[in-house]
Design a protein around this ligand. Structure first.
Ligand code: FES
Ligand code: FES
Length: 150
């Protein structure tokens, strides 16, 4: 979990999102619909963006999980976190962790996505505030900067 080996005893039916939030206290991962429809609970599971409300906690066993808390390194925001702030892509912020994790999953596999590819990758993430334009711009900004950094 975010680069640290962790373990927990859980009931067989425990969901991954509950393990993350309640057992490990990583409350940056948000629950809204609880049904795989909104993306607010998105995490990276072995570098794939997944909805943690649809997974059992047991499915995280022997995997690498990254939550929004795992992106910041040495007190520095991840390139996506910074871009979301600068682009004005955060309003109430409830969808933001899931948006950023979905975008992270995209950029890990496709460092230079087209606008259409960004829209496609983020299509499982809903936002009630921003109208999406600034979110797409933020991901484009991060992708462009990532290209400069690497
Ligand atoms: S809370 Fe998981 S997809 Fe909505
Ligand atoms: S910023 Fe409020 S739901 Fe997206």
């Amino acid at each position: 979990m975010n680069g640290t080996v962790v373990s927990a005893e859980i009931d067989a039916g425990t969901r991954a999102i509950d393990l993350i939030r309640n057992t490990f206290g990583l409350t940056g991962t948000k629950e809204a619909c609880g049904q795989g429809e909104c993306g607010s609970c998105t995490i990276l599971l072995d570098e794939e963006a997944v909805h943690s409300c649809l997974l059992l906690a047991a499915q995280l066993n022997k995997t690498q999980v990254v939550t929004i808390e795992g992106l910041e390194k040495n007190g520095e925001l991840d390139i996506l976190q910074q871009a979301f702030l600068e682009a004005g892509a955060v309003q109430c912020g409830y969808c933001t962790p899931g948006m950023i994790m979905a975008a992270k999953g995209l950029l890990l596999h496709n460092p230079s996505p087209s606008t259409e590819e960004i829209k496609e990758a983020m299509s499982g993430n809903l936002c009630r505030c921003t109208g999406y334009k600034k979110i797409i711009e933020a991901v484009e900004m991060a992708a462009a900067r990532q290209g400069v950094d690497t």
